[in-house]
Design a binder for this molecule. Structure first.
Ligand code: F0G
Length: 469
């Protein structure tokens, strides 16, 4: 295309390998081999890209921003997509059949009310809910479906609490693949279920929780006709890591002190950590932001493990990762997106957090609900799982891990309209959690905003305004 900047990266034949994360094994596999867990030791895999920044970091910055500038005027996936813009960092060739729904390019908002609520001078919110299907999953799904096409897959399958499902359904439909989705029956927000149905996926409601659905998907992965689209698939992580690049660009290459994300299956935290690490290794940034992960109290296996780690022993050396995580067998939270007790990518996420000097903590249902309403008051809004971030930042400020003047960014993962029922119940005072008789909380809605009835007359409306405003 005329005016297009020359492609910067030069690579050897294969743009990377898949490598087992177990350092004692470290087996490698070709990019076209369809493996999810290491066939030798059963550990998860990660992609090691052959990265190069020809012309140096400044040339890469310029290339990416020129593609963004072409944006809407172009039909090239590298210009319209916030994933494919960073092709030099991804394990794909220039002639790959890039799948895109114009994902990425999401806003970074100032959130002054939430900042004050947390006790810090300023806070910015990177809203991944402004992706095509309303969640951060779309960046990973663009990469996973492109890889599925390259590997000749026909049917893509995932377990999901709802967002991965909606995203897979949309991106599979765009790629001409069949999608089958395993959902924990009765535990998924109707908005997310509706999306998957509308995009034409086969939706299978399973008697069991997300972890049970995930175990089924791992079993199905052995079938040659099936392509797994969960974040156990390292190509998902590759797409999702691009948010780290976009975020740093939006920060004009000034590295924030903290980046805070919700934690469920731990793909997102893994991906952000990988993205920042790769920018550092190319000399495009000079330090890592501290990456912190926040879980909901009733579904917090990694926060439990983290609380018992001896961080002093870890300081200044390559993290040593425990071999086992104690799963939460009956995870409970009203933030259904992160109702997960046995996260698949916990080792990779823990490694990224430890390398960066961040924290992994949990927040209560009450803290989460109030933080969510506060994000709403900032005119931004998000789905419940995303609000763990603001609730977590408030706690990390209170414990001294975040200073008042630190530069802090929270990554919001899903759009507010993903779970309207939660919002209505909060504002009407009806939000409560019944966790199988263990706890039964009726929430005090600190930021409650109940609808009022008004008669259909001008006088009644004026009188309501007078009383309320
Ligand atoms: N926020 C939202 C809105 C999510 O949907 C998820 C995960 C997370 C946070 C946690 O991210 O799993 O990468 O640590 N949702 C998955 C799903 C499990 O099936 O949609 P994670």
């Amino acid at each position: 295309m005329a005016g297009r900047p020359a492609r910067a990266a030069t690579r050897n034949a294969e743009p990377g390998v898949q490598r087992c994360i177990n350092v004692a094994c470290a087996a490698t596999y070709g990019l076209r081999e369809r493996v999810y867990l290491c066939p030798r030791c059963g550990e998860t895999l990660e992609i090691v890209c052959r990265l190069a920044a020809p012309g140096g970091p400044m040339a890469m910055r310029k290339l990416w921003s020129s593609r963004r500038a072409l944006g809407a005027r172009s039909e090239d996936a590298r210009d319209v997509s916030g994933v494919w813009r960073y092709l030099e960092m991804l394990p794909f060739e220039e002639d790959a059949p890039f799948v895109t729904l114009f994902e990425g390019n999401t806003p970074l908002y100032d959130a002054p009310r939430s900042a004050a609520y947390c006790g810090i001078a300023s806070l910015r919110l990177k809203h991944q809910g402004y992706n095509p299907t309303g969640s951060f999953k779309d960046t990973g799904m663009a990469a996973a479906m492109t890889q599925a096409m390259l590997s000749g897959a026909r049917t893509a399958v995932c377990a999901s609490t709802g967002n991965t499902a909606a995203s897979l359904a949309a991106y599979a439909a765009r790629s001409g693949l069949k999608a089958a989705i395993l959902l924990p029956r009765g535990q998924v927000s109707p908005s997310k279920l509706a999306q998957s149905l509308d995009y034409g996926a086969l939706v299978l409601e399973i008697d069991g929780n997300f972890d049970a659905c995930m175990r089924l998907v791992e079993e199905l992965g052995g079938e040659p006709s099936i392509y797994i689209a969960n974040s156990i698939n390292p190509f998902r992580i590759e797409g999702q890591k691009t948010v780290a690049f976009e975020l740093i660009e939006q920060c004009r290459w000034r590295v924030p002190d903290h980046v805070v994300v919700p934690g469920g299956n731990m793909g997102n935290s893994t991906a952000l950590g990988k993205g920042f690490q790769e920018l550092l290794s190319l000399g495009m940034i000079d330090r890592l932001p501290k990456l912190s992960v926040i879980q909901a109290e009733g579904a917090a296996p990694l926060a439990h493990l983290f609380a018992n780690l001896d961080l002093k022993k870890q300081a200044g050396r390559e993290p040593s990762i425990p071999s086992k995580l104690e799963p939460v067998h009956n995870p409970q939270t009203l933030a259904t997106a992160i109702k997960i007790g046995a996260p698949v990518s916990w080792k990779k996420a823990l490694r990224a957090v430890l390398r960066s000097g961040g924290q992994i903590i949990s927040v209560s249902e009450q803290e989460l609900a109030d933080a969510k309403a506060m994000i709403g008051r900032d005119s931004i809004g998000c789905e419940p799982a995303s609000a763990t971030t603001v609730a977590g930042i408030k706690k990390l400020v209170a414990t001294g891990h975040i200073a008042r003047t630190d530069d802090v960014i929270a990554v919001l993962t899903g759009h507010a309209l993903k779970d309207p029922d939660y919002m209505i119940r909060y504002h009407e005072g009806g939000l409560s959690s019944d966790t199988g008789g263990k706890r039964d909380l009726a929430f005090a809605s600190a930021l409650r905003n109940t609808p009022k009835h008004a008669a259909a007359t001008k006088a009644a409306i004026l009188s309501s305004l007078e009383q309320q405003l």
